[in-house]
Design a binder for this molecule. Structure first.
Ligand code: DGJ
Length: 740
């Protein structure tokens, strides 16, 4: 619910458990007043008595800088006295950087509008506040937009800049969110990593000068993620104030928290100003992506659950969000480039027997010589040596077997040896007089060129139409460099990185509009583009190229901080595993992969007989817990990253009728004893049957079974679920807690 009190000049946004307040100071400056636990009462004008807001510069013009540099503002500007991290910077035609945004007016709308060309949250039970601020000198109008929803403590925020002046302007930054707050001994928790070890949480004290998480790779990258948390010094999993900042965007980003000279905090999030500038001729506008602000007074766990629900209910549009996802087998780590139709059909046959739903044909199916990462990206027709009767015929065979069919593409890239490059050398991103830099033997297509975009839509759609595939894995294996385009004039070269992201969104939007039944899974060399923007288009994203289950526990823990488990692409890999040489047991690997979208990525035709025999049981177990994985509430009960031996997550049904605990003993505890895990989300007053399923017993748990203990919910939550020690490294087990 949103209110504006004209007399006091105070805006109040209420979510079920939080309030967000702004006020107009000195008749023209929009100040931030409060964000936190719900505020009741009508004495809100008291919040305006902060000495840093009054007297304003109209009363004391000689003190303008001290006002501008200390007032908690809603959207910080640059060049006019606020020396904290700016949210917006605007150059006039002389290249001079100055802007002062003054309050003009506001509107409260029912509903949640979309954002043109960008992914954005949606919802019917929502209200949106738009506040217009304007720089009287340049004529730049910035409209700040805030949406609240009846069922969530997440606030969706964005900014639209319009040049209402008579001269051209250049935006050199236009961030999506800016939040000035009192410091609560905040720590920033952000995700770092690298290829094969993405999304690892790191907690850093917010210090003077700034604490940063960022990417300038053109995609978020393996080493960063467009999200961070600010947790108060006394906060933990279940207690204390935690604020979340999630950017619905898939390119360069800046997340920064600055502790100011007065010990207050300014937190910002948006498109990275590096590699960004946007020309606004008179009348033109720029839309910044959406930022999702979250608040929990009950620790990090509750904030994660808020974001999981929000992303599932208000961001993922795919109809597959609420449908059982197919269990798939992907041939990448089974065959790499060394496959043909015959080999894939043998995998398909084994898959069908085991109860797998879909076969995905990964990299190497196209062009004339894609037998290594060096050729043919861009030539999106099948290789007839590998598929002698054509790919449509192969798909028909899969469909006739009762399997769905999936196909890999890497649309944004082009190989120097491709036909496409021979025909369109100017379609490659490049800087004048420089040979573009190769990475994995490939270059990046210039998606600010409309010809390239139309080519991609045409060739992908023709392949989907010809073959009748059910699923696409959209990969992206390299960062953007050589940011130059022959399709844009020199004054618009700073727009290329953002235009690239917009074009990716546009192509995916078009394909999904034309093929609404298609299931899309995004991927970027593993999890380097796992972000809220991509989730608007694909309900699941490949989480990492590392399927070693021990590594996956770490990767999944970081990912789950903000993204729902239902969105995490996770498969069973081989043992010993290629990247780590680690040997792990088959059922334990399968249990780890079940905390996500389940599948296999190993040669199932060459498994030992006893492992082949286990697959049907694994799949039927996954299908039974799939509704929880897709819709349940996530609780982290133990972190292997923190304790060095045990990882444990719980997923509880929203109606509290059941829960599962997935516990992985990574290292045996010498002289260990039994231990207890404390689940959340149960009904304290009802009885549950608690049953541990050991690997190998996965298919023996039936609803009418009366084995296990019957225990009341309060006992389970307070005293804990008892687990016996096991003398085995990397031992995974599942505890099913079901209402009696
Ligand atoms: C990177 C992806 O993450 C892998 O799963 C696989 O599709 C390869 N690319 C193929 O080149």
């Amino acid at each position: 619910m949103i209110t504006f009190n004209e007399k006091s000049g105070i805006f109040k946004l209420d979510t079920p458990h939080s309030s967000y307040l702004m006020g107009i100071v000195d008749g023209k400056y929009l100040s931030h007043l409060y964000y936190g636990k719900t505020l009741g009462g009508d004495d809100l004008a008291y919040l305006m008595q902060d000495p840093s807001m009054a007297p304003g510069p109209s009363v004391l013009p000689g003190e303008k800088v001290s006002f501008m540099d200390s007032c908690p503002v809603e959207y910080g500007t640059s060049g006019t006295g606020d020396f904290r991290e700016p949210a917006i910077s605007v150059w006039n035609e002389m290249g001079q950087d100055a802007c002062e945004l003054l309050y003009q007016g506001c509107r409260i709308l029912e509903g949640k509008p979309g954002l043109p060309g960008l992914p954005a949250s949606f919802g019917e039970q929502a209200q949106t506040l738009e506040i217009d601020l304007k720089d009287p000198v340049t004529g730049l109008l910035a409209t700040l937009s805030y949406s609240v929803f009846s069922d969530t403590d997440v606030i969706a925020r964005s900014v639209r800049a319009v040049n209402e002046g008579n001269n051209s302007l250049r935006l050199t930054r236009c961030l999506s969110a800016c939040l000035d707050m009192e410091d609560e001994d905040f720590n920033m928790i952000a995700l770092h990593g690298a290829w094969a070890r993405e999304h690892l949480p790191e907690k850093r004290t917010v210090g003077y000068g700034g604490t940063v998480t960022e990417s300038i790779r053109g995609i978020p990258g393996h080493d960063a993620n467009p999200f961070y948390l600010l947790s108060a010094g006394n906060a933990d999993k279940e207690h204390g104030n935690v604020y979340g900042f999630v950017l619905v965007y898939s390119g360069n980003f800046l997340g920064k928290v600055e502790k100011t000279q007065f010990g207050t905090i300014r937190a910002v999030l948006g498109i990275h100003p590096e590699k960004f500038s946007w020309l606004l001729t008179p009348g033109e506008s720029f839309q910044a992506p959406e930022a999702l602000l979250g608040f929990s007074a009950d620790g990090i766990g509750a904030l994660s659950r808020n974001y999981h629900d929000f992303i599932r209910e208000h961001l993922i549009r795919s109809k597959y969000q609420n449908m059982p996802r197919p269990v798939l087998v992907n041939n990448w780590e089974a065959t790499y480039f060394d496959f043909n139709e015959e080999k894939l059909l043998s995998i398909a046959l084994a898959a069908k027997k085991a109860g797998i739903d879909m076969l995905v044909c990964d990299d190497g199916w196209f062009g004339s010589h894609r037998n290594s990462p060096s050729g043919c990206l861009g030539d999106w027709t099948e290789n007839r040596e590998k598929f002698p009767t054509g790919f449509p015929d192969f798909v028909k065979k899969l469909h006739a077997m009762g399997l769905k069919a999936g196909l890999w593409f890497e649309p944004e890239s082009i190989s120097p040896e491709s036909e496409l490059y021979r025909e369109h050398p100017d379609w490659v991103l490049h800087v004048e007089d420089r040979e573009p830099v190769q990475c994995r033997n490939q270059w990046i297509l210039d998606l600010s060129n409309e010809g390239t975009v139309q080519y991609l839509i045409r060739s992908l759609e023709s392949m989907i139409r010809r073959t009748g595939i059910d699923y696409i894995k959209w990969d992206m294996n390299r960062p953007l460099v050589d940011i130059g385009s022959s399709a844009l004039p020199k004054e618009r070269q700073g727009e290329i990185s953002h235009r690239h992201v917009l074009a990716v969104y546009r192509i995916q939007e078009q394909i999904l509009a034309d093929f609404p039944d298609l299931l899309l899974e995004n991927c970027a060399g593993g999890g380097s583009r796992f972000d809220a923007g991509m989730l608007f288009y694909s309900p699941q994203i490949w989480c990492s190229d590392d399927m070693d289950p021990v590594e996956r526990l770490l990767i999944q823990e970081g990912t789950e901080l903000v993204y729902p488990v239902s969105a995490m692409g996770s498969h069973v890999g081989s043992s010993p595993y290629g990247i780590t040489s680690r040997k792990t047991d088959f059922d334990s690997r399968a249990l780890c992969a079940m905390a996500g979208t389940f599948g296999y990525e190993l040669d199932i035709t060459r498994l030992p007989g006893e492992e082949t025999a286990k697959i049907p049981g694994q799949i039927s177990l996954y299908k039974r817990i799939q509704p929880l994985i897709q819709k349940g509430d996530y609780y982290r009960l133990a972190s292997f990253r923190e304790n060095g031996w045990l990882d444990c997550v719980e997923i509880a049904a929203k109606d509290r009728s059941e829960a599962i605990i997935l516990a992985v003993q990574v290292l045996t505890q010498p002289n260990g004893r039994s231990f207890r895990m404390h689940p959340g989300g149960l009904d304290p007053d009802i009885h549950y049957r608690v049953k541990e399923l050991r690997p190998g017993e996965m298919d023996s748990d039936t609803d009418d079974s009366d084995s296990g203990n019957v225990v009341r919910g309060d006992i389970l939550m307070q005293a804990g679920v008892l687990l016996e020690p096991v003398l085995q490294d990397f031992y995974a087990r599942l505890v099913v807690i079901r209402r009696v």
